[in-house]
Design a protein around this ligand. Sequence first.
Ligand code: CTP
Length: 397
Amino acid sequence: MSEKKNLLIGVTGGIAAYKVCEVASYFTKKGVNVNVVMTEHGAEFVAPLTFEALTKNPCLTSLFDGKSADPVAHVNLGRTADAVLVAPATANVIAKLANGIADDMLTSTVLAASCKKLVAPAMFTGMLENPATQRNIEQLRRDGFEIIEPESGRLACGAVGSGRLAEPAELISAVEEALFGSDELKGKRVLVTAGPTREEIDPVRYITNRSSGKMGYAIAKAAKAMGAEVELVSGKTELLPPYGVSTVFVSSAEDMYNAVMNRAQKADIVVMAAAVADYTPAEKAEQKMKKSDGELSLSLTRTKDILAALGEENNEHRVLVGFSMETENLIENSRKKLHSKNADMIVANSIASENTGFGVDTNAAVLITASGEAETGLMTKDELARLILEKAAVLKK
Ligand code: CTP
């Protein structure tokens, strides 16, 4: 990261305040200068000390408690912020922000900020649906705030309904885009596949592989942050879909083929990061297969190769990126895939090291195109995702 970014987080009085600790910690670890301001009610739910320990910065709750050496901390924190996140945002604070009321540290700081501001509401369904709250949220939208929609689920009061704070992963993606977003892919449509496929043997068993989906999800998230309209076709993973990415879940290689082929027609860039099964059981047993003495052989048939099918379409404008996971002869085998599948780039990654490949957050790859090979070195999957997309964006210009 070149220059240090400043993130201001405003925490108000909601039970979900604890979820925001994860957001503060994530960005501090990433090298962002994180300042947290809280309302007095917010500080009843999570102690300011928690945020101070996580961010290594004072956590201010009052304009006048003398905790900050800066007498106009609200102005300076607001003015220097590159992004503001208010989470959880109560109905009360939303009403104040929508009307320019600045009667405490948090609301004064947010009013002083002119950067991108994100508000993540969290409250009882009835308060959320109240016309006054809806009006205030609409006003915030008109004023340029981005609303991170609350989710439905069990609320602190025991009721089930809309009003749960968005999950930390979603808050993180939204803030990441606000802090590091660019418009390199503005106006482009990017289709990404991720995760493993499942090939069913019978109603209780299936064949799959060790793909976690992390690389594909990182690409979808990066494409969104670079301004693209992104669709993600995902096999079953443990991951939350990236914020703002339209995600469809599939199970088998056949399902993935069907989900991809149509969507790929309008895509400018397709990245096949999914680990698609090459074989599927010739027949799926209707009932659970019972064991019997002796060996069992499964008959497998080839699945359709999605990347190759897209390559055959010979679309002059669409950039096709494939992955290649090898345990030996990485470059040679991957270059063969570039040609046999008519792809524009193959991201070749070895699973030889414990820091690359399945399940981990880092990767190292060789980006293979018709014009040569570029080794990336070890980096986070987020960084590699950006690199792949930057290269893909200029391939057919
Ligand atoms: N792929 C695909 N459809 C398949 C199999 C693979 O679209 N049925 C894509 C993967 O998403 C990846 C690329 O093809 O982008 C290469 O996948 P990989 O498994 O490494 O190679 P294979 O072509 O399956 O060849 P092999 O298993 O022999 O290495």
